[in-house]
Design a protein around this ligand. Structure first.
Ligand SMILES: Nc1ncnc2c1ncn2[C@@H]1O[C@H](COP(=O)(O)OS(=O)(=O)O)[C@@H](OP(=O)(O)O)[C@H]1O
Ligand SMILES: Nc1ncnc2c1ncn2[C@@H]1O[C@H](COP(=O)(O)OP(=O)(O)O)[C@@H](O)[C@H]1O
Length: 211
């Protein structure tokens, strides 16, 4: 028998969005290690911040130092990692903030389960696409080298699967598109969806005019 009852709050998500002057959503970046999730997430957050949009960045690596420190890389642990991160992102969306999540999130079913936790249109899946050979040559943390040497087992793209999104909301190809353009494509999508509010939109147009 369910003994827990949902408690409504007097201040709602709509109230918080109104106060912030913009809407809220989760921008979910998925892709291989080294594809560019953290780099794009940081640049996107900065661009939004400069437009006066409230944001919070949830980076998979960083969350694994705290909230998700008990989790490894088995399919079950990756699923739990994504579930918890999506729950936290949902709190930020409820607070009227744009949450930017960068996690490999290699399984489609886990990403779809995350999407299902949000209202329609609130979950924006961004596929950070980059061939594994390029990620391997970038190897920003030296992890591919260690995985190829057999020191790390079950490394995504080496001996663990990555299932690319079939219909991502946005796709950026970081092996052929400069960082600026990748960020611009995501900003454009957010603007098109009317998520940024009038004052952020004007700030974006001013910034584009100055370039
Ligand atoms: N086995 C294995 N497979 C993939 N990645 C590994 C692994 N072991 C450690 N790492 C490092 O952990 C980072 C991925 O964490 P995530 O939370 O994004 O992974 S997942 O979404 O749960 O699959 C990932 O960070 P990024 O390089 O930023 O993607 C790696 O630095
Ligand atoms: N267009 C691009 N977008 C993002 N990163 C890029 C791009 N082109 C080259 N890079 C480089 O690729 C590397 C990506 O590393 P990182 O952002 O840590 O990836 P991830 O978080 O997916 O593991 C960085 O060294 C970054 O400078």
């Amino acid at each position: 028998m369910n003994t827990i009852v949902w408690q409504p709050t007097p201040v709602t998500k709509a109230d918080r969005r109104r106060l912030n002057g913009h809407s809220s959503c989760v921008v979910w970046l998925t892709g291989l290690s080294g594809s560019g999730k953290s780099t794009i997430a940081g640049a996107l957050e900065l661009a939004l911040h400069e437009r006066g949009v409230r944001t919070y960045l949830l980076d998979g690596d960083n969350l694994r130092h705290g909230l998700n420190r008990d989790l490894g890389f088995s399919p079950e642990h990756r699923a739990e990692n994504i579930r918890r991160t999506a729950e936290v992102a949902k709190l930020f969306v409820d607070a009227g903030i744009i949450a930017i999540c960068g996690l490999i999130s290699p399984y489609r079913r886990d990403r779809e389960a995350a999407r299902a936790m949000f209202e329609p249109g609130e979950f924006i899946e961004v596929f950070v696409d980059c061939p594994v050979e390029v990620c391997r040559s970038r190897d920003p943390k030296g992890l591919y080298k260690r995985a190829l040497a057999g020191e790390i087992k079950g490394f995504t793209g080496i001996d663990d699967p990555y299932e690319p999104p079939i219909r991502p909301d946005v796709m950026v190809q970081t092996d052929r598109t400069p960082l600026r353009e990748c960020v611009r494509a995501i900003l454009h999508h957010l603007e098109q969806r009317g998520l940024l509010g009038a004052s952020a939109q004007r700030a974006g147009e001013r910034a584009a005019g100055e370039r």
